[in-house]
Structures are given as C-alpha cells and as structure tokens.
Ligand binder design. Structure first.
Ligand SMILES: Cc1ncc(COP(=O)(O)O)c(C=O)c1O
Length: 339
C-alpha cells in the first residue's frame, strides 16, 4: 500500500489522503409548496458563454447555444446512444453534403434508428444555421467557413439498456467556425504516436460513444502528438479521429473499409483526387512495419483535410518532410473545396 508523504497526511494511505476534503453535493431545498429543488453548487458549472455560442437547433427550435437544454434522461447523455455527423462548409457551400447524409443514414440504420427528417429538411436547418452564425460572427455567409455538428440521440426514456419503442429522437445541430488547417503543421508535417486499437468492433458507426477514441487521443496528447495511430492485431486501422494513408512507391494505400474503421468522407474524396491525378489507390491491410517504412504517411479528416505525418513514435517517416504525393493531393483538395 502506498503511503502519502505530504506533511498534513501523516502517512495515511494515498487513496485516503487524496480524497477530496469537500464533496460538492447539490443541497436539496425544500420550497414552500413542498417541491424539491436542486441548487447547483458545482464549483465551475459548465457553461457556454453567449459570445462562444452562436445559434443552434434543438428539436424544432432555433435559439442561442448557451440556452439549449436537454433532459438528463436523454439516452445520448446517459448511454452515448446517439449518432453524429460533422459536415464542413466553405464559403457558404456544404462540402460533400450527400456523402455525409448517406453515412448518417448508414449509422442510424446500424443502431435501429431512422432519419427523423429528410435530407432536404436537414439542409434547410444547416443553411439557416450557416446564415445566422455567419451573422453572429459578423461575416457574410459566402466568407464563412464552418462545420455543422449534427447529433441524433434515441431520445428521452427511463434509464434501461433495453431500447424502448417509439421514442422521439433528440435532434441537435450547432455550427462553429472552421479554422484553416495550421500552416506549420502543413509545412512541417506532424508527430503522431501509435497505440493498440482498444475501441469496440463497430468503429464504422459514427456514434457519440467515443470514450475509446478519446482515451486513444489522450495517449497522444500527453506526448505532444497530433494524433494516435492505432493498430488492431498488428494491422493499421485508423487514428483516433482521422483516417491514415500509407504512400509507398507512388501509390496511396488505405485500410479496407469494414466494421473496424470509420469510413471517412475523405475515402471518397481521395478516390476522386487520386483518379484525377492518376495516382494508384489501393485498399489493403498494412502491418506496423509497412506503416513505419512508408515513403509518406497521411492523415485525413474533415477538419485536418490532408496532413502529412513526418514522425511516428521515435521514427522519422520518409525523409522527415511532407512528400510529393502529399503536395499534389493537398493542392487538388483545395481546388475541389473551392470549386
Ligand atoms: C475515428 C475516425 N476516423 C476517421 C475520421 C475521418 O472522417 P471524415 O473524413 O469523414 O472527417 C473521423 C472523423 O471524425 C473519425 O472520428
């Protein structure tokens, strides 16, 4: 048993010594008409400041993000029983809207949920949020680059693992500015670490149950890495929130799609760009050795677009500089975005 060495703990076991002195419990207030109310005494109540927030959509209504509220019994909150999408928009135009909607439908289908409204209804909500949030940030919509975050949870019900019938889903959409990809990261490439892929075996579902990805990302963050590249049974799956591509002898190699990876929308974007640039694109499993011996290594996601990895764990990738395939793909990606 470890003993705490701090003077005030006087050799108590560490776990006891480290126990918080004060537990912040919400006092129960008895009101005059016998209703029980909770007073929030949490030391830092989580809040979105109105200046960060902008306008969001929640269950049929538009309003300030700072004021949006859901039930604590929402299954998205209680179980992570929800599906999400992140859709970028450049200069007021959504990028690959139909592909994102198709993936949303696939994910909902996998968890026995249905689209709560049509693609066109979603488009109308996204357009309105794009316009209102551009105005909120004092920008004209055609100069506003933003990402739409859409989350559909199964809805509100008494806590029970069994999925209840006929729940009304909770539909939430917010719109945040999408910053340009960091110039230094693009010019120098990024450092990443590797880890075992300890997530579940349904990584193709874009679910908000992201604890596995969050813990993987944290392993990297603690070492100053931009991403954590994961391997399952010795083969490349993907990174915590990006897909990973190996470049070898002039070809781009991606992990085959299937239940163990999220099929990023950039799978179809890279297919389009590689065909346009006449770069062979192959999908086949890549061992750890293949990855470390890549000529170039790339990350893709909506927010990272295409980023070169130039160092992985303690090894340099290629010649430690973003390579020629990256430069070609990056330029073609920018053209596509702005077309
Ligand atoms: C696990 C995972 N893989 C890949 C991606 C990349 O997907 P996309 O290209 O659609 O952004 C993401 C994006 O969030 C992700 O979370």
């Amino acid at each position: 048993m470890k003993l705490c060495k701090a003077h005030h703990c006087k050799g108590k076991p560490t776990a006891i010594a480290n126990r918080p002195k004060k537990i912040f419990l919400a006092p129960i207030l008895q009101t005059s008409d016998n209703l029980i109310m909770f007073k929030n005494t949490h030391p830092t109540p989580p809040q979105v400041s109105p200046s960060q927030g902008g306008v969001c959509y929640l269950n049929g209504q538009f309003g300030p993000l700072a004021d949006a509220k859901i039930s604590v019994l929402d299954r998205g909150f209680i179980f992570g029983d929800a599906i999400y999408e992140v859709i970028p928009a450049y200069h007021g135009q959504f990028f690959k809207f139909d592909e994102h909607m198709a993936r949303l439908e696939r994910s909902l289908n996998e968890v026995f949920m249905i689209m709560p409204m049509t693609r066109l209804d979603f488009k109308a909500i996204f357009d309105r949020l794009l316009n209102e949030n551009a105005a909120f940030h004092k920008l004209s919509p055609d100069l506003f680059s933003a990402s739409i975050y859409l989350q559909i949870s199964r809805g509100v019900a008494p806590r029970d693992h069994a999925i209840p019938n006929h729940l009304a889903p909770t539909v939430f959409v917010m719109c945040q500015p999408l910053p340009a990809v960091n110039l230094k990261m693009r010019e120098n490439g990024v450092f990443c670490i590797t880890s075992d892929d300890f997530r579940w075996k349904k990584a193709h579902i874009k679910s908000t149950s992201l604890l596995g990805s969050i813990l993987a990302k944290e392993l990297g963050t603690q070492k100053g890495a931009a991403e954590t590249v994961m391997f399952r049974d010795g083969f490349l799956s993907e990174a915590s929130s990006s897909n990973v591509w190996v470049v070898k002898n002039g070809s781009v190699i991606g992990t085959p799609t299937g239940p163990l990876v999220l099929e990023g929308i950039r799978y179809s974007v890279l297919t389009q760009l590689c065909s346009q640039l006449q770069i062979p694109l192959i999908f086949k499993p890549q061992s750890k050795e293949d990855v470390f011996h890549a000529d170039e290594l790339l990350l893709t996601s909506a927010s990272k677009e295409i980023l070169p990895i130039t160092r992985l764990d303690d090894q340099v990738i290629g010649d430690a500089r973003p390579g020629p395939i990256y430069h070609q793909l990056y330029a073609a990606y920018q053209n596509l975005k702005n077309s």
